[in-house]
Design a binder for this molecule. Structure first.
Ligand code: ZN
Ligand code: ZN
Length: 367
C-alpha cells in the first residue's frame, strides 16, 4: 500500500510499504477514505519530535471503512464507516474507566513509554503515527491502518454526513472544544484565543457554542484571522501594535476572563498569563514537551490563576460533538483550505508548514 513515510527533517515521502495485518484479537483494519495533516505532525516534519525513526508512517487524523476485524471485536464490523480517535485507549484500565482515555495505562508499550516515565513520572496513552515515545504505531496517512482496541477507538458515523464533516471528531474538534470547556465559560465572558491555527479555530467556535459573549482571536496570519472573524471573533494581528495594550483596551483594563494558548510556545503563554484577569483561567491545548524554563509562576500565584491543560480526552468528547454536528450547530469542514491526493501530501506538508497560499488545513484522499 501507499503511505506517507518520515525520512528526516523536511523529508516526507509517499512510499510503497507492507499493508497492515491483524495482530491482536481486538484489532481492526481500516481502509482510509480521508486523512489530514495535524499541527502536531509539523513537529515531526520539522525534525522536532524525538523518537521518530526513518521509515515511520505519519498521521493520526483519519477515517474510513472497516475491512477486517479481529475475533474479539464486538462493536465494529466489516463495512462500518468510522472515525478513528487519534489516541489509542484500551477502554478497561483505571484511567479509561474514569473518562481519561488519553491517560490509558495499557496502550503505550513499556519500551516506548520508558523515556516519558523517566521525564514525567508516568506515560499517557499511545498515539497513531507519533514517534516511539508514543508507541511507534503506524499512522493514518496511508491507504490502510491497523486500529488496536477498535471497539474503543472507532466512532461510527452516519451515512448522511460527509467525510469532511466528521473527520475532525478524532482530533482537532475535541481538542478545541475541550480547550473552550476548560475556560468554564459563563454568560458575558470574554475569551482570548492565542493562535488561530486549526485548533484555535475550533476553540473560537466552541467558545461561542458554550456561551462566550466575545472572543478575541490573536494571530499574525491574515487568512487565519479572516477565518476567525467569520465566526464572529474580534481579530487582533499580533504583529501590529502593542497586543497587551489592545487587549486591555478591549476589556476595560480588567483582562479577558480566560485565555486559551493554542500556540504551544512560551511567548504566547507569557502573554496570556500577563493579560488574563485576576482569578482568570488559562486553558492550554497547545503541545508542550520537556521542561519549560522561566515559567511565570509568580504572576500566576499573584493573580490567583487556574490552569487546565493536557492531551485531549478524544473518546470522551467525540460522541457529544458528533451530536452537535448532526444538529448542524457547527460544520467542521469550514477549516479545510486544501484538498489533495495522498501522492501530493509532501507538498501539503510544505504548504502547511510555511502557512503560505492561505493554507490552514490540509486533507488528503488515498484513492
Ligand atoms: Zn493532532
Ligand atoms: Zn486504558
Amino acid at each position: 500500500m501507499k503511505a506517507a513515510v518520515f525520512r528526516g527533517k523536511h523529508d516526507v515521502r509517499i512510499e510503497d510499504v507492507a499493508a497492515p495485518v491483524l495482530i491482536n484479537p481486538h484489532d481492526a483494519i481500516v481502509k482510509v477514505t480521508l486523512t489530514a495533516i495535524c499541527g502536531a505532525d509539523l513537529h515531526v516534519y520539522n525534525g522536532a519530535m524525538p523518537g521518530m525513526k526513518s521509515g515511520d508512517i505519519i498521521g493520526h487524523e483519519f477515517m474510513g471503512e472497516i475491512v477486517e476485524v479481529g475475533r474479539a471485536c464486538e462493536k465494529v464490523r466489516v463495512g462500518d464507516r468510522v472515525v478513528v480517535m487519534c489516541a489509542i485507549a484500551c477502554g478497561r484500565c483505571w484511567f479509561c474507566k474514569h473518562a481519561q482515555p488519553a491517560a490509558c495505562d495499557n496502550t503505550n508499550p513499556s519500551a516506548s513509554a520508558a523515556a516519558l516515565e523517566e521525564m514525567y513520572g508516568h506515560s499517557g496513552s499511545a498515539l497513531f503515527g507519533f514517534s516511539h515515545l508514543y508507541g511507534g504505531y503506524p499512522g493514518g496517512q496511508a491507504e490502510y491502518v491497523r486500529v488496536p482496541f477498535a471497539d474503543v477507538g472507532c466512532l461510527h458515523v452516519p451515512r448522511e454526513l460527509e467525510d469532511e464533516e466528521v473527520l475532525f471528531l478524532g482530533d482537532i474538534f475535541p481538542t478545541g472544544f475541550m480547550a473552550a470547556e476548560n475556560c468554564g465559560i459563563e454568560p458575558g465572558d470574554t475569551i482570548a484565543v492565542f493562535g488561530c491555527g486549526p485548533v484555535g479555530q475550533f476553540a473560537i467556535r466552541s467558545a461561542f457554542l458554550l456561551g462566550a459573549e466575545r472572543v478575541l482571536a490573536i494571530d499574525s496570519v491574515p487568512e487565519r484571522l479572516a477565518m476567525a472573524a467569520e465566526a464572529g471573533a474580534i481579530e487582533l494581528d499580533e504583529d501590529h501594535g502593542d497586543l497587551i495594550r489592545r487587549i486591555d483596551d478591549l476589556t476595560g483594563g480588567r483582562g479577558p476572563d480566560a485565555c486559551i494558548d493554542a500556540v504551544g510556545r512560551t511567548s504566547a503563554l507569557h502573554n496570556a498569563i500577563h493579560v488574563v484577569r485576576k482569578g482568570g483561567k488559562l486553558s492550554i491545548p497547545g503541545f508542550y514537551g520537556g521542561a519549560v524554563d522561566r515559567f511565570p509562576l509568580g504572576a500566576a500565584f499573584g493573580k490567583g490563576l487556574r490552569f487546565e491543560m493536557g492531551h485531549t480526552q478524544f473518546h470522551t468528547y467525540a460522541p457529544q460533538l458528533l451530536a452537535r454536528v448532526q444538529r448542524r450547530e457547527l460544520d467542521p469542514s469550514f477549516v479545510i483550505t486544501h484538498r489533495l491526493s495522498l501522492d501530493d501530501l509532501p507538498r501539503g506538508y510544505e504548504l502547511f508548514n510555511s502557512k503560505r497560499g492561505g493554507c490552514i488545513k490540509v486533507v488528503a484522499r488515498p484513492q
